[in-house]
Structure formats: C-alpha cells, structure tokens
Write a protein that binds this ligand. Structure first.
Ligand code: 5GP
Length: 194
C-alpha cells in the first residue's frame, strides 16, 4: 500500500535490533485518517462475507482493528495480556513471546466472545517472528472458530513470521512488507506487491 510505505519512509525510524519505530502515526500517536485507508484496503483484500469478527491483541493492534472493523461492520475482540478483575467466566489462554518486550505473556480471551460460529479476521500492527499471530490463531482454534486470514499493517519480510504462517496455509495480507532496513543509514526497502 503506497500511502503506508510513503509514510514509513518519511516518519519511520530504524532502530538497532531490527525494530522499526513508527510511533508518530501508528504505535503511540495514531493517524486515524491513514488507519481509515488501511481499513478500506483490508476490506478489499479480505472480501469474504463470512467474516463476522475481528481479533487483535492489546495494545497496538486495537486502534487499527477498530477502524478496520467499520468497513466490515463486525465487532472487535482484543486478546488481553494479563489477568484483570474485569475478566470473568471461562477463558481461552495461550502464551505469546513479545518481540519488542522480550518476555512471555499469557494472552487471554473470554470464551463468551469467541465461539464455533465465528469466522475471524486477525489484525495486528506488525508481523516479525509470527509469535503474536500464531498465538491469536491458537486462540481462534481453541474456540473451534475459523481463521479467515491475518491482516498486518507492517510485515518485516526478513523475519520468519510471514513465511511460517503462509507455509501453514494461512492467508496473510500485509499492507507494507519491509524487505530490508538499515539502522546505520536509516534506509528502508519495501517488497514489490501486486
Ligand atoms: P512477532 O510476534 O511477529 O514476533 O511480533 C509482532 C509483535 O511485536 C507486534 O504485535 C508488534 O507489537 C511487535 N513488533 C514486532 N516488531 C516490531 C517493530 O519492528 N516495531 C514495532 N513498533 N513493533 C514491533
């Protein structure tokens, strides 16, 4: 998606450790107009009328998922990273290793919000090693629901996540795929997409 690539080129910062910082429009301050264009593009890429729910993970996925959901007219469920007194009833739980925080989280969804009749689109901001997406897929499968696909804003194509998920037959669509990036020069190269 040209608009997103341009914005990453303009405002993204390449940090050591393969981290792309996009906190001025995606991860801290959020450009809602840009999110709207991203939501429209996800709708175009996932036209299935069966999708009846969007699943994401707190915190950074929530904004994108909510704006995207307006184009699907479905609810958003976000997986929680910690137990809270507001989480009652039975839960699906899985473990996800965080790429940015380098720790393992229990990730939780209440059973009442995910069930066998659901056809789920998973949305997240980044795809790196694929742990977050794999964990969310695991939650959907535990619920007996169907994964219709995974929609990602920024995939780091030089890490394993995209290849792993696609090799398992998961439909992954990323709006921008970073082929390579250099923390010393700040250069970011994107993969050509149809
Ligand atoms: P994965 O589980 O695929 O290894 O990593 C995906 C998660 O880590 C995303 O939910 C995202 O929050 C975070 N993440 C991974 N790489 C980056 C990055 O380069 N920049 C930012 N801002 N977040 C990242």
């Amino acid at each position: 998606m040209e608009l997103l690539e341009e914005r990453i080129r303009r405002d993204g910062k390449v940090k050591p450790g393969n981290v792309l910082k996009v906190d001025s429009f995606l991860n801290h301050q959020m450009d809602v107009e840009l999110f709207g264009e991203m939501g429209k593009e996800f709708r175009r890429l996932f036209p299935s009328k069966e999708i009846n729910k969007i699943l994401t993970i707190e915190a950074s996925g929530i904004g994108i998922a909510c704006i995207t959901a307006q184009y699907f007219q479905v609810p958003v469920v976000f997986a929680k990273k910690s137990q809270s007194i507001n989480l009652d009833g039975e839960q699906y739980v899985t473990k996800i290793e965080s790429f940015t925080h380098k720790r393992v989280y229990d990730v939780i969804v209440a059973k009442k919000f995910l069930g066998k009749d659901d056809h789920v689109l998973i949305i997240d901001d980044f795809l790196a090693n694929g742990c977050a997406a794999a964990g969310l897929i695991d939650l959907v499968k535990s619920a007996g629901a169907v994964v219709e696909g995974v929609g990602i804003a920024v995939e780091k194509g030089f890490q394993e996540g995209g290849r792993l998920l696609r090799s398992k037959g998961v439909r992954v669509e990323s709006l921008a795929i970073v082929e390579s990036m250099n923390a010393d020069t700040g250069e970011i190269i994107f993969r050509e997409q149809a």
